[in-house]
Design a protein around this ligand. Structure first.
Ligand SMILES: *Cc1c(COP(=O)(O)O)cnc(C)c1O
Length: 369
């Protein structure tokens, strides 16, 4: 993987914003509730290890990742806090988790059976049982199978560390389905006695809009990065600060005459004489190809993206001739103006999560504060 450290296009990540967002969430938690920073997918594009370290400074007690390799990368970076893999890990690889003190999610009896057939690792495997209360993704769904799982997970090969569920609609106005899931959760967890160390139901949206929900651990993802989990649907109940911005510099400037076109497909034609700037950034960096017609910030002014975004370059219409090297903000703040990741997501019909996790590895990530 090549990282572009010799180009003007880069991601700026404000560590202070991450610390601020975590502290905002902590204010809403009881003192016995552990905040786990969800740092899967390269910390939502912000950089796995840098974000994990920043989260610790702000009081995070552990980490959630999607896949075992992300957990191993945290261990290799010297982090010793609890790590939970939220997805299903192949039983054949589970010994690697046990050897590295990484906790795994288990959501089926078949998984336990497969694991028990393998040579046992010396260390007990730390396990969180996933309960599927309506997300329909992974987890135990009925009391009888959960009872059997409890009998297994309480044997010596395992350290029964947690139980959790995940809500499908915590970011919506209508809480009907949310309450249905919550009641299923209460029904299933009734039979778990004693409860394990960590009982958790809260992603960002639940931690923000359903704060009276039980549990002693929260899995804080998108809000840690200062992004609203609902896009713009619900107002955040925390004063979030977006941590990431994408900046570049104009590297080519030219006058375009009325009738002349820009970029592949010649889908943009100048109606009058105008100035066009080129920016060294494209869809290979994670800025969607379909952003034609949207805008970026130059000198605190919105400038339209003209023509199709190319793989590595894109063009904007300038208010007048500007020097090469002029700063451009693709998202983030510039002067009094701001472009949010959610606005970009809305423009192409997706969610802020997808834009963030699509930010390419080749973008240099620079950390402030
Ligand atoms: C990704 C994920 C989270 C974090 O979700 P956010 O909406 O980003 O807070 C929490 N729990 C589970 C199970 C997840 O997969």
């Amino acid at each position: 993987m090549v990282v572009g450290t010799h180009r003007a296009t880069k991601l700026l990540i404000d560590r202070q914003a991450i610390r601020h967002n975590i502290k905002q969430q902590q204010k809403k938690l009881t003192p016995d509730t552990a905040l786990f920073a969800v740092v899967k997918a390269n910390a939502y594009g912000h950089g796995l290890v840098a974000v994990a370290q920043t989260a610790l400074e702000a009081g995070a007690k552990g980490f959630c990742v999607a896949i075992l390799d992300e957990g191993l990368a945290l261990r290799q970076a010297g982090l010793t806090q609890p790590i939970l893999v939220l997805g299903i890990t192949d039983p054949e690889q589970a010994h690697v988790a046990a050897e590295n003190d990484i906790s795994l999610t288990v959501g089926s009896l078949e998984w336990f059976t497969a694991y028990q057939k393998l040579p046992q690792s010396k260390q007990p495997l730390k396990v969180h049982l996933a309960l599927d209360t309506g997300m329909g993704r992974i987890g135990f769904r009925e009391t009888p199978e959960l009872k059997q799982a409890l009998a297994v997970v309480r044997t010596a090969a395992f350290d029964f560390e947690g139980v959790f569920t995940h809500f499908a609609t915590a970011d919506e106005q209508d809480d009907h389905y949310f309450m249905q899931q919550f009641h299923k959760w209460e029904m299933l967890t009734k039979i778990i006695d004693p409860l394990p160390r960590y009982v958790h139901v809260s992603n960002s949206a639940t931690g923000m809009w359903h704060t009276n929900i039980a549990g002693n651990m929260v899995r804080m993802g998108i809000s840690l990065y200062g992004q609203n989990p609902s896009g713009d649907v619900l107002q955040p109940s925390l004063a979030l600060q977006p941590a990431i911005s994408l900046v570049s510099k104009i590297d080519f400037v030219k006058p375009l005459h009325a009738g002349e076109c820009v970029s592949y497909g010649a889908t943009y034609r100048a109606e009058q004489d105008e100035w066009i700037g080129t920016i060294p950034l494209g869809y290979a960096d994670g800025y969607p190809r379909a952003m034609q017609g949207f805008h970026v910030l130059v000198n605190g002014q919105f400038c339209e993206v003209v023509g199709r975004v190319c793989m590595d370059q894109m063009m904007i219409r300038l208010p007048h001739e500007l020097p090469i090297g002029t700063d451009v903000t693709i998202f983030g703040r510039q002067g009094d103006q701001q472009i949010t990741v959610t606005q970009i997501a809305d423009y192409v019909g997706t969610i802020n999560y997808e834009i963030l996790t699509g930010l390419a590895p080749r973008l240099d990530r620079q950390y402030l504060n």
